[in-house]
Design a protein around this ligand. Sequence first.
Ligand SMILES: Cc1ncc(COP(=O)(O)O)c(C=O)c1O
Length: 354
Amino acid sequence: MKINLTKPSIGQKEIKAATDVLKSGWLIRGKQTAALEAEFAKYMGAKYAIATNGCTMALYLALKRMGIKQGDEVIVPSLTWSATASVVVNVGATPVFADIKKGTWCLDPADVKRKITKKTKLVIPVHYAGRFATGFENFPVPVLYDSAHRIEKGDFNGTTSCYSLYAVKNMTTVRGGMILTDNEEDAKWFMMAVHGGIAKDTLSRYKGAEKQNDASSFYYEVEWPGWNFDMTDVEAAIGRVQLKKLPKLNAKRNTIVKKYNKALGLKNTGNHLYPVLVKDRDKFLVGLKAAEIHCGIHYLPLHQMKAYKKYAAKNLTNTEFIGAHCVSLPLYADLSRSEVEYVIKQVKKYARFE
Ligand SMILES: Cc1ncc(COP(=O)(O)O)c(C=O)c1O
């Protein structure tokens, strides 16, 4: 029995939605993207959603909008994907790594507070594995959530948050991301930023030309140099189907998490990843590989990587321990009951839990 670490849940509806757009003659920044933005904002409880081509670009734009620049410090976890810290470096600022909490593996607000200096402009907590990073409400420095691992109905609490709709996430557009905000001015800025700094997008110019008797709708202004981080309409159409399915997809993931917990005697929360700590990780990985079960490591700490070593901080004790022993077990909505049972059997055979 061959089992993937993760697998997107793509069915005929997604295929039809993508095909319809491909046949429609309008592939990008059209009705589908606008509709997904509106539906995603409503689902999450935010006023505005801006589609991007990934969470990396969403985070980057959020930092640019906040004016983060050279000389500024941004506090981030080290047990995360590179993007949480790369965006800090790519706007010219300095990432400062803080430790994570033992229970949730999310950023530890107490350690973040210890690391705040006069230069600190922002903290980026990650909702690791789908676990909401708590303790950052009314925080002494601005907060931006990296919610690449978590898409839960009604989750938005007013703090600007960035989402990933990458292929392996709880819902996908293949590649894609979202920024959620309640701030109208920020939303307008993000809309322009993803599309060349132009206030009037292609669709409104086109629509205007259809309706009006004068030529004014053809004219546009580039307000400032933007980027080109658009989501395509093909992706957005897939995303709209996935968003409808999301409550079911998340519920299926939750059921699998419960089964793993019961069988392995653990109390994991979150439904994006199912990480465990094992004593001898190499032996465990090789054993499961022989059983044709594909596992993952989320994550090897960033401060130990070539790209980030120069920003390494002392006392990232929890991060380093977890980074040395964590393994993610297969978790995706379409994982069948017999596959889950097979994984549990093999895990029990090879794992000695920390
Ligand atoms: C925690 C975290 N942040 C950011 C990203 C970047 O997301 P994207 O691939 O959509 O750019 C990822 C991607 O896996 C992630 O896991």
